[in-house]
Design a protein around this ligand. Structure first.
Ligand SMILES: [Fe+2]
Ligand SMILES: [Fe+2]
Length: 194
């Protein structure tokens, strides 16, 4: 069975051009995103301690994202790039999070759907980065990352399927997918993941 959905809109060529034109800034933002992805998985553990079926996978995901953070930071340090001192508001995530419904079950499903679409977008964009890079070590690195984020995209859907019907999960995922595309298209293009 298909576990995720196609993204509603592909990233425009202007996005990868902006990233390649200022790769140091992109790395700084990328590191922050990995740290936040780890925090997101752990926030699910903290908010839903009764959902014991998915806690081991959430912990595993948080560890993988933290490992990504470590690996990005190592590559930054090798290049003399520091972490960002000022972390701008993440409008992409904020706007997605604003769409969560009230109600315990609805809120839970919406968080998992947001997790899935954000991971799927990350996979799409890291794939574009892999294709655009020339350095073979960095190419391999971004290939490892996009395959991992694609897996995370599926993982959040699988978690939702523990608790909700296929129909409910895919309908909501499709809805978030469409909103995600709209949000992304309205954000300015920067040398950043979103
Ligand atoms: Fe990651
Ligand atoms: Fe991920």
């Amino acid at each position: 069975m298909k576990r995720n959905l196609e993204l509603s809109v592909p990233s425009p060529p202007t996005w990868i051009e902006a990233v390649m034109a200022d790769f140091s800034s992109f790395l700084q933002d990328h590191a922050d995103c990995e740290r936040k992805a780890s925090g997101f998985a752990m926030s699910m553990v903290a908010k839903y301690p009764d959902r014991t079926e998915i806690i081991p996978e959430l912990i595993e995901t948080a560890l993988e994202e933290m490992e990504h953070f470590k690996l990005v930071y190592e590559r930054m340090a090798e290049r003399g790039i520091t972490l960002a001192h000022v972390i701008p508001k993440d409008l992409y995530i904020e706007r997605l999070m604003d769409l969560r419904r009230n109600g315990r079950e609805e809120h839970f499903l919406d968080r998992l759907c947001i997790g899935s679409v954000v991971e799927s977008r990350g996979a799409e964009r890291f794939h574009l980065v892999e294709e655009a890079l020339e350095d073979s070590d960095m190419k391999r690195f971004y290939k490892m990352l996009w395959t991992s984020e694609a897996k995370h995209g599926n993982l959040y859907v699988n978690m939702a399927l523990h608790y909700f019907s296929e129909e409910d999960v895919y309908e909501r995922l499709q809805w978030f997918n469409e909103r995600e595309g709209e949000i992304l298209e309205r954000l300015p293009i920067r040398a950043a993941l979103h």
